[in-house]
Design a protein. Structure first.
Length: 331
């Protein structure tokens, strides 16, 4: 024990557990770090004692949170036991992965990309593919997608090869600067414009630590999945109430919900476009009517001026003749 707070003990094991998760610890500052950890544990115990005194540890929310934490800790311990016995990746495996993935290492590139992502449920994909194949720039494609009320999201920036999903990288690697193409991923279709790129190779020595970590994590994930599948196959699992039907029903409902959401979005975009077109037509009709009215007024004024000028030209000789007649009478 390293401390007691109103009779509740704090052990060195608690300090070590927190210390194992701390960062920036050095031999020079480890004593200070331990003191800070102990101070934090003392304050935590004070709060716990207050909660217990007020019987907060018995409230439904706290009891549920404790149970959820307990379940998570126990489940994680079981999975960690599975992965702890796995062998570490060998140097030969690291070398093989390096050789099998030149796009990540020996031929690694930095890509300056413009991207347009489309949902897997996007309608008329053959037409979209044809449009992409003929496109000269991304602005042309954005205009086309909007005219068809196809939902999309745009993105861009510079990304290294390792920042691109592994299933997409081999498809993107052959692209030349300036090229536009359509690449399919697990979750979407991506229209890609490779604005520019440059090579940035990585040696085996530089890549080895990351490859080992990746292969180790991959091996752990595969082992955990395999064990989960075994346990699930041997267990009796019943889904009740709104979850009746199990995972197949969940998947079908999720797909139906996704399609419905896509359809609703498409319908909303179509309505917005129709409303915008109707408003534009009303404004155009109003402008045309105003222009026609202005032209009619201008024509009426011109005709009125012409009639006035004609009348003035006819009356002038009569006035002159009358004046001559009067002069003759006077003589």
């Amino acid at each position: 024990m390293v401390a007691r707070v109103d009779g509740e003990e704090i052990s060195v094991h608690q300090i070590n557990a927190v210390l194992s998760r701390a960062t920036g610890v050095t031999p020079a500052n480890v004593t200070k770090v331990k003191q800070d950890i102990l101070a934090g544990l003392v304050e935590q115990q004070l709060a716990i004692n207050l909660a217990v005194a007020n019987k907060l540890d018995r409230t439904p929310g706290v009891v549920q949170a404790i149970e959820e934490a307990r379940r998570d800790i126990i489940a994680r311990a079981a999975l960690e036991q599975i992965t702890a016995a796995l062998p570490k990746p060998s140097d030969e495996e690291v070398q093989q992965y390096f050789t099998d993935n030149p796009a990540l290492f020996a031929q690694r590139r930095l890509f300056n990309l413009q991207e347009i992502s489309l949902a897997k449920a996007t309608p008329d994909m053959p037409e979209v593919q044809a449009k992409v194949a003929a496109a000269k720039n991304m602005e042309e494609l954005v205009t086309y997608l909007r005219s068809k009320n196809i939902a999309f999201s745009a993105n861009g920036g510079t990304r290294a090869a390792e920042q691109i999903p592994l299933e997409m990288l081999p498809k993107l690697q052959p692209f030349k600067d300036g090229q536009i193409g359509l690449v399919e991923s697990r979750e979407s279709f991506v229209i890609v414009h490779l604005v520019s790129s440059r090579t940035a190779p990585v040696t085996l020595e530089q890549a080895a630590p990351k490859i080992k970590l990746f292969l180790s994590n991959q091996r752990k994930a595969e082992a955990v999945k395999k064990q989960k599948d075994i346990m699930k196959a041997g267990a009796k699992i019943e889904y009740l109430g709104e979850f009746a039907g199990g995972e197949a029903a969940f998947k079908a409902k999720a797909e139906a919900d996704a399609k419905a959401a896509q359809a609703a979005q498409t319908a909303a975009q179509a309505k917005a476009k129709a409303d915008a077109d109707a408003l534009a037509k009303i404004k155009a009709d109003e402008q045309a009517a105003a222009q026609a009215d202005a032209e009619a007024r201008a024509k009426a004024r011109a005709e009125s001026r012409a009639q006035s000028a004609s009348a003035a030209g006819t009356a002038a000789p009569t006035a002159i003749d009358l004046e001559k007649g009067l002069k003759g009478m006077k003589q």
